[in-house]
Design a protein around this ligand. Structure first.
Ligand code: AMP
Length: 202
C-alpha cells in the first residue's frame, strides 16, 4: 500500500507511523526525521533547512520534494510501498506527489485528529529543539493555513480516513489498521451486479 499520515505536530504521527509501517511491512519515510538527520550531519540540505526547522516554518517545497522523490525511487520503496509521514504538507506538495505516482497510486491518507489544546499540552512535554512556545505556535499555524486545505482536497478525492487520535495509542493504531483494511477492500473490489443499487420497490 501507498499511504500518507497527516496530523498537527504532537498528534502522534511518529509513533503511529512506526506501528503502521511495521504492521504492513512498508517503508516509513518521515520528512521531519530526514531533515533533522541532514541537519545533524551538516549536509548542504541540512544547512539550507536548518533555520526553517528551528523556527517551525515549512522548508521550501523544492528541497523537500527532492528529498522525498529520491526516497520513493529506491527499489525497496517501489517493491514494498510506503507510509509518508509529514509529506505532503500543502497543496503544492500534494500535486507534486501525485504527478510522480501512477494513476490511483495513492491508496489512502490517514488524518490524526486532535484538538489544538491537547497537542499544545503534548508538545510542551517533549524535548525537541523546535518545541519552543514560538515554534509550536508557528507549526500549528502552518498546519491550519497550509495543511488543512490539503486534507480537504484528499477528502474530495475520497482518500481520507479520519481517526480520533485523542485516545490511547493502541486504540488509535487499531482504528487506522481497520480504516486501511476497508480502503484496500474498496480499492480491490470492481463494480459487480451485487454492488448495484437495489431496484426501487415502488
Ligand atoms: P515533523 O517532524 O514532521 O514535525 O517536522 C519537523 C519540521 O521539519 C517542520 O516543522 C518543518 O520545518 C520541517 N518539515 C517536515 N516536513 C516538511 C514538509 N513536508 N515540508 C516542509 N517542511 C517540512
Amino acid at each position: 500500500m501507498n499511504v500518507l499520515i497527516v496530523g498537527p505536530p504532537g498528534s502522534g504521527k511518529g509513533t503511529q507511523s512506526l506501528r503502521i509501517s511495521r504492521a504492513l511491512a512498508i517503508s516509513h519515510i518521515s520528512t521531519g526525521e530526514l531533515l533533522r538527520e541532514a541537519i545533524r550531519l551538516g549536509t548542504p540540505l541540512g544547512d539550507s533547512a536548518c533555520a526553517c526547522v528551528a523556527a517551525g516554518c515549512l522548508v521550501p517545497d523544492a528541497l523537500v520534494n527532492e528529498l522525498v522523490r529520491s526516497r520513493l525511487e529506491l527499489p525497496a520503496t517501489r517493491a514494498r510501498g510506503f507510509l509518508l509521514d509529514g509529506f505532503p504538507r500543502n497543496l503544492e506538495q500534494l500535486d507534486a506527489l501525485l504527478s510522480w505516482l501512477p494513476p490511483a497510486g495513492l491508496d489512502a491518507a490517514i488524518e490524526l485528529a486532535v484538538p489544538n489544546d491537547v497537542v499544545e499540552r503534548r508538545l510542551m512535554t517533549r524535548e525537541r529543539t523546535d518545541d519552543t512556545a514560538a515554534g509550536i505556535h508557528e507549526r500549528l499555524q502552518a498546519f491550519d493555513r497550509d495543511t488543512v486545505p490539503m486534507l480537504r482536497e484528499l477528502e474530495c478525492r475520497g482518500l481520507l480516513i479520519s481517526v480520533d487520535a485523542d485516545r490511547p495509542v493502541d486504540d488509535v493504531t487499531a482504528d487506522i489498521l481497520q480504516g486501511l483494511r476497508s480502503a484496500s477492500i474498496r480499492a480491490q473490489r470492481s463494480p459487480t451486479l451485487a454492488d448495484s443499487p437495489e431496484p426501487s420497490r415502488l
